[in-house]
Write a protein that binds this ligand. Structure first.
Ligand code: ATP
Ligand code: MG
Length: 579
């Protein structure tokens, strides 16, 4: 098989972290809160996806932490859709997110919430802040607000509208809600500190005017609350104790606390952890959406996508993704985890669970000259050597077979141990066969058929006289096998970190032109006509494959290669080191 991969950058050395023995820093903080009785001994977490795309494996890391911690402490967890951005969100995404999280094995019972369910309450909190003199309506445009905000090195300036009276603010905010103003013309802002060293605290916007239909509240609202305001209050309303999120929210924590302090409501502890970055792909919903919309992939469920739905279609077991999330652990520093670690986890799970079968990707016809024309034998084949309880199956053997084209060479180099003219090899679970002649296409000279003989005394693949062969090949019976299409995948990007775009380049310049290789000539053993879509199998000697649940149909089998049998990257590394 030609599996040479175009790659830039090698996996970092020693990148195989084991599941940590000691507790991570979040669990240590939870322990401490339990010891001091901070939340009355409760642990209640949430995962707050925005329904603006499908979940990717970075989200899986987040909810494995959120939900895993609640489970570990016998606490509760909520699923909460953070749906404050009506233009990008939809019901399709809501359903997909629920499906993906369930598939990963989590159950939020009856605790699925929507930030939009709190719009009325949030609005009341906003009015309360205005009443306290802690929020004001601002007429600056978005650009002006940005200009007034200052920079990291330059303090901001107060908005000319900052000192409006409470009554005036209340009256205009009421008119904003009533729909009197066009989009972007006014905002409600928290009155904090325009000179704060933390830009988030420089009078952040908490409501904006937006005449857009919401997938749940329809046209009821034309003002929508901003993320920072919505998120902390939603956590508070739900009685969340530990609000876990990724590192980029660290600077938002003072604001999170400020809103809750001012309003005097239940205040969860926000704790940040590092985002997951995975090599040779991107974990950004915005970019993945672009891949889909601009047709670089076939959809959110394209098996090359780092989305959970894509990984499921490709054949990744959810247990392997959970195991991957355990292994990478919870850290406070950003890093790029190598894709090879994920593949390692997938392979580890499939090795134990995937039935073995025989399939030939690029068939070469073999005729066994001394095998009777009309005979068919059903030979016993082991389903999974890693799991004796799965037993054996029958595989038909007959006079005309297919073997892998790569497994024959007329003029072999020294270390080629497979089939060549005059040499004997073992056909797995069948017989020893010897190549006695080669048939070629008269015009092209291409080998089109091998003539072989078999030794009837070697039935099952053992020789009674102790004769040794150096290779065991997989095969299928020509007449009995079924045609199939196979899709071999490689990484979506050739660059280890495609987001680090070099001068004069574009992200899409790093797309891997060989990320999928379709082989339509495949022949598989007949039993595969009966497996269910989504079934995961090991094609002996070729890798793990999964029956595609989208493009397969009656009489049309399509298999996705989930992962290769061995870690070819490790091999590349070893070769590079000359060992
Ligand atoms: P993107 O930035 O890709 O558009 P997002 O973070 O805005 O995604 P959300 O739906 O808001 O997408 O994410 C829900 C939660 O998942 C957030 O709390 C965020 O912290 C977490 N999350 C998103 N991406 C990652 C990641 N790569 N690693 C860990 N957690 C993540
Ligand atoms: Mg977000």
């Amino acid at each position: 098989m030609n599996d040479s991969r175009k790659r830039e950058g090698e996996p970092a050395d020693g990148e195989r972290p084991a599941a940590s023995e000691s507790k991570d820093f979040i669990r240590q903080m939870v322990d401490e809160d339990l010891r001091t009785g901070k939340y009355g001994g409760r642990v209640h977490t949430r995962f707050p996806p925005e329904p603006s795309g499908y979940l990717h494996i970075g989200h899986a890391k987040a909810f494995c932490i959120d939900f895993g911690i609640a489970e570990d402490y016998g606490g509760l967890y909520n699923l909460r859709f953070d749906d404050t951005n009506p233009c990008k969100e939809s019901q399709e995404f809501v359903q997909a997110i629920e499906r993906d999280i369930r598939w990963m094995g989590f159950d939020w019972e009856d605790r699925c919430y929507f930030a939009s369910d709190y719009f009325e309450k949030l609005h009341a909190y906003a009015i309360q802040l205005i009443g306290m003199g802690k929020a004001y309506v601002c007429d600056l445009s978005q650009d002006e607000i940005r200009e007034y905000r200052g920079t990291l090195t330059r303090p901001g300036r107060n908005s000319p509208y900052r000192d409006r009276s409470v009554d005036e603010n209340l009256a205009i905010f009421e008119r904003m809600r009533a729909g009197e103003f066009p989009d972007g013309s006014r905002t409600l802002r928290a009155k904090i500190d325009m000179a704060s060293s933390n830009i988030n605290m420089r009078d952040p916007v908490i409501y904006r005017v937006l005449h857009a239909e919401h997938h749940r509240t329809g046209n009821r609202w034309c003002i929508y609350p901003m993320y920072d305001f919505t998120h902390c209050l939603s956590d508070s309303i739900e009685g969340i104790t530990h609000s876990l999120c990724s590192l980029e929210f660290e600077d938002n924590r003072p604001l999170y606390d400020w809103f809750l302090d001012q309003l005097g409501v239940h205040s969860p502890q926000q704790i940040e952890f590092a985002r997951l970055n995975l090599s040779h792909t991107v974990l950004s919903k915005r970019i993945l959406r672009r891949m889909v919309e601009e047709g670089y992939v076939s959809g959110w469920d394209d098996p090359r996508m780092p989305t959970l739905i894509g990984m499921r279609r490709r054949g990744y077991p959810h247990e392997a993704i959970r195991s991957f999330c355990d292994r990478i652990g919870v850290a406070k520093a950003d890093s790029i985890v190598d894709f090879a670690l994920l593949e390692f986890c997938v392979r580890e799970h499939l090795n134990k669970s995937a039935p073995r079968v025989m399939a030939v990707l690029r068939p070469l016809r073999v005729v066994i000259e001394n095998y009777p024309e009309d005979r068919v034998e059903d030979l016993d084949a082991i389903n999974n050597p890693e799991d004796a309880s799965t037993g054996t199956r029958k595989v038909p053997f007959s006079r005309v077979l297919y073997i892998e084209r790569d497994d024959f060479m007329e003029d072999p180099p020294k270390k080629f141990y497979r089939l060549t003219p005059g040499r004997e090899v073992r056909l797995r679970y069948a017989y020893f066969v010897k190549c006695v002649d080669v048939v070629k296409d008269e015009k092209t000279g291409e080998v089109v058929e091998l003539r072989c003989t078999y030794d009837p005394a070697t039935r099952g693949g053992d020789s009674p006289d102790g004769r040794k062969v150096k290779a065991t090949l997989h095969w299928v019976s020509a007449e009995h096998s079924l045609p199939a299409e196979v899709r071999l995948y490689d990484t979506l990007f050739t660059k280890r970190n495609p987001l680090a775009v070099d001068d004069g380049k574009e992200l899409t310049d790093y797309l891997n032109p060989d990320s999928v290789n379709v082989i339509e000539t495949c022949r598989v053993e007949p039993g595969l006509g009966k497996v269910d879509p989504g079934a995961r199998l090991q094609f002996e000697r070729l890798g793990y494959f999964c029956l595609d649940s989208v493009d397969s149909g009656p009489g049309h089998l399509v298999f996705n290669r989930t992962v290769m049998l061995r870690d070819t990257w490790a091999k590349i590394k070893r070769t590079a080191k000359g060992t």
